[in-house]
Ligand binder design. Structure first.
Ligand code: E4P
Length: 223
């Protein structure tokens, strides 16, 4: 499993990157505008925090395949390191994925709601597809089932495209898709923290330390 941070908050990314096994950062237009600063500056700050090796995903906004391709070419000249171009899973997006993948530019098909969108993106050469799990659940469909079906299709057709599941409201959704065949997940900083934050663990650790102090005094280490 590769774990990505779905955020453009540079301080939070910096903090989480030091503690957790983070593979990179995913952004989208909403996440970038929330920071209230020019997007290229934010992206270069994120890059300097995570380094050139880790993946940085940036979404294209053009309406036509040609506009999307032009944006991708532009961003590649502006952002160093391993950049993955996020492209909406639309008709124009699929065409853009075909063009960019023929140029060996890494792409992710985003805003995926159905297995066919994912399959077409993979056939066009996308490196990743991002099913929007919580947004699918919000439509009274089943985001986890969509991930399961995509995983089954990718296995049947032996595609090398990875499933990077996205859009989560809670850890149950994240856990479900990990069990259903997602190769990667991208989650908000809050949910990354919740993956490790378990009150019973803290209580147990304090009990161990109290018992240790009872025999060894206040020096509560093995040193
Ligand atoms: C993924 O790349 C998207 O940025 C993200 O996961 C969307 O999540 P949301 O539905 O919580 O906005």
């Amino acid at each position: 499993l590769k774990l990505y941070i779905d955020s453009a908050d540079v301080d939070k990314i910096n903090d989480l990157n030091q503690y957790f096994p983070i593979a990179g950062v995913t952004t989208n237009p909403t996440i970038l505008v929330q920071e209230g600063k020019p997007y290229l500056g934010i992206l270069s700050e994120i890059r300097s925090v995570i380094g050139d090796e880790k993946d940085l995903f940036v979404q294209m906004l053009g309406d036509t395949a040609e506009e999307i391709v032009e944006e991708a070419h532009y961003l590649i000249t502006k952002i160093s390191g391993n950049l993955i171009v996020k492209i909406p899973a639309t008709k124009e997006g699929i065409k853009a994925i075909k063009i960019l993948s023929a140029e060996d530019i890494s792409t992710l098909a985003t805003t995926v709601y159905s297995p066919f969108q994912a399959l077409l993106a993979a056939m066009a050469g996308a490196d990743y597809v991002a099913p929007y799990v919580n947004r699918i659940d919000n439509l009274a469909f089943n985001g986890d089932k969509v991930v399961t079906d995509i995983a089954q299709l990718f296995k049947s057709y032996e595609t090398s495209c990875s499933i990077l599941a996205a859009s989560f409201k809670n850890l149950q959704q994240v856990q479900d898709v990990c069990l259903s065949g997602a190769d990667s997940v991208t989650v908000s900083p809050d949910l990354v923290e919740k993956m490790i934050d378990f009150p019973s663990t803290s209580v147990d650790v304090e009990v161990f330390k109290d018992q240790w102090r009872n025999l060894n005094g206040e020096n509560c280490t093995n040193l």
